[in-house]
Design a protein around this ligand. Sequence first.
Ligand SMILES: [Zn+2]
Ligand SMILES: [Zn+2]
Ligand SMILES: [Zn+2]
Ligand SMILES: [Zn+2]
Length: 196
Amino acid sequence: MKRTIKAFLVICCLAICLTLCLTACGNKCEHNYDNDCDAICNDCGETREVGAHDWSSATCTAPKTCSVCGATDGNALGHTPADDDGDCTTAIKCKSCDQIAKSGNQSHAYGTITYTWANGYSSCTATRSCAVDGCDHTETETKTATQDGTIFTADFEGEAFDTQTIDASVKIDGVTVNPWENVDIDGGEAEEETKN
Ligand SMILES: [Zn+2]
Ligand SMILES: [Zn+2]
Ligand SMILES: [Zn+2]
Ligand SMILES: [Zn+2]
């Protein structure tokens, strides 16, 4: 009987010690705080003496941040793009931090090229414009035409522009015009007749 009581006491003792040891934040265990500025232990609720967060203002790329514990609050402000210069290949810098707020495109994205013959076919003008929204870049070349009989040819320097050839023998309302597309024709219905 005496032995049983002794065993019971030993077990009780062990249980109490074990409980003490396992209880979070017992003497040997470390407290669990969210960060260096957190005063209350997450496990045992014990409080400690800490300073308040030392917040630095939010910037374009970082939210409001504590210099002591690194905690953040809210979001980064984001860049404030400076005025667009109307050229999509130019990067736009940030008004506040001078970093690039919007990078420029590698190159312009040109739409359809238009070719416009001058009256009398003395020259032809090729024009292509960037189709990117907000980009007003336009490339233009006017080439003096060479003439071979009724055939006029404009051989552009620009690699993007194709050589244009037109047969001036085709007339509309008595005026020689290009029967093809992409050429400005001032009204009148097509009325083809062959020039002698
Ligand atoms: Zn604790
Ligand atoms: Zn802090
Ligand atoms: Zn910025
Ligand atoms: Zn462009």
